[in-house]
Write a new protein. Structure first.
Length: 366
């Protein structure tokens, strides 16, 4: 069996029976192929737990009982596969090409995590929704929130009013409802874009809220690609560009209603929504893409904001090393790389977006 961390006080036999019953109920409901994933450490833990619970009272306190008790692990963990469209065959046919599934990690404690922790609270299943490739970070967090999953909780979520199996099932239902709504919105967006494309109409707004941000340093291709991908997956999608270097520059455009300048009612609310969405984008980057970076190195300085201005970018791209701003020559010595800002300014002028760079870069302009 896998090496266990120091073990806490074991639950009462009644609580252990309850945890085992929760696992059995869920295993019975997720009995199909690839629906339930149980690691070998958990399988061994189940066997150890069953041996301990099967001991007669007459062995209480003897060596056999002590050894069996010590063999019981801290927890049992397994993963459930969730199909948000299960039972909705009409919707399933429209999404068949995407096969979107979610993975819910379940942990059932068998021992207390902290001294003085109430057993009635500790037995509550701890849940973590694994982020799927098809789900962007903003929607992932939205599903967790609507499902009541607190992934930052260290000692569970508190006392349950229902049994563990029902608690997990109700959470799965909320996850499925939230995910199905997101998938339906995605389908509607794709349909609208498809109609717009067929009719020859541009689907991008003419007006945007544009944010200019500087990073002390950015070099790795993976992190740059994440900045681009997260912008494209954002709802609504963000446009702009990423430019690596020391400093690095990230420009984001959030779409606005084209009639915004003609309307006073709701104008500030829409601008505030755009600002909040961009802040959520950066939050997702820091939590997800930059999870391996020390918190002190995640500095992002928004240096310039343009409210309700004409769009100049049609998509989100990584311009690092592009011919317009120096090509491969600009990529030499990536770690100490400083961009030729005159070339960048010339490129921006060609996009009718010149004159902003000096203000966006501040002291780094030269």
């Amino acid at each position: 069996m896998a090496h266990q961390k120091s073990k806490g006080a074991i639950f009462s036999p009644e609580a252990l029976e309850s945890q085992l019953s929760t696992l059995e109920v869920l295993a019975a409901m997720w009995a199909g192929n690839d629906e339930l994933s149980i690691p070998s450490s958990t399988s061994e833990g189940i066997e150890a737990l069953a041996r301990y619970l099967a001991l007669p009272l007459s062995t209480l306190g003897d060596e056999e009982c002590i050894n069996a008790k010590d063999a019981v692990p801290n927890d049992l963990n397994f993963t459930l596969s969730i199909d948000p469209l299960a039972g909705s065959e009409g919707d399933r046919s429209r999404h068949a090409r995407k096969a979107r599934k979610l993975k819910l990690e379940v942990t059932l404690l068998l021992r207390k995590l902290a001294p003085g922790q109430a057993e009635s609270e500790a037995i509550c299943p701890r849940l973590r929704l694994r982020r799927s490739e098809w789900l962007n970070a903003v929607d992932h967090m939205r599903i967790c929130k609507e499902a009541g999953i607190n992934e930052g909780a260290k000692h569970g979520v508190g006392k349950m009013d229902i049994d563990g199996g029902s608690y997990v099932l109700e959470t799965v239902e909320r996850i499925s409802e939230a995910a199905a709504t997101i998938m339906a919105n995605d389908l509607e967006t794709e349909t609208q874009c498809g109609v717009a494309s067929e009719n020859g109409h541009a689907s991008l707004s003419k007006l945007v809220y544009r944010s200019w941000s500087c990073l002390p340093s950015l070099s790795t291709k993976e992190k740059r690609q994440d900045l681009v991908d997260y912008a494209k997956l954002n709802r609504p999608p963000l446009t702009g560009f990423v430019l690596a270097g020391k400093p690095a520059l990230v420009v984001l455009e959030h779409p606005l209603t084209d009639e915004l300048n003609l309307l006073t009612e709701g104008k500030e609310a829409q601008l505030l929504a755009a600002q909040s969405n961009i802040l959520a984008y950066w939050s997702s980057i820091k939590v997800q893409s930059w999870s391996d970076i020390p918190s002190g190195h995640k500095k992002v300085s928004e240096t310039l904001v343009e409210r309700a201005v004409p769009r100049v970018f049609s998509n989100m791209t990584d311009t690092t090393g592009s011919d317009e701003i120096g090509g491969r020559e600009a990529l030499r010595g990536t770690y100490k790389h400083r961009n030729d800002w005159k070339l960048v300014e010339g490129w921006l002028k060609g996009k009718q977006c010149g004159g902003r760079l000096k203000e966006a870069l501040g002291a780094d302009w030269n």
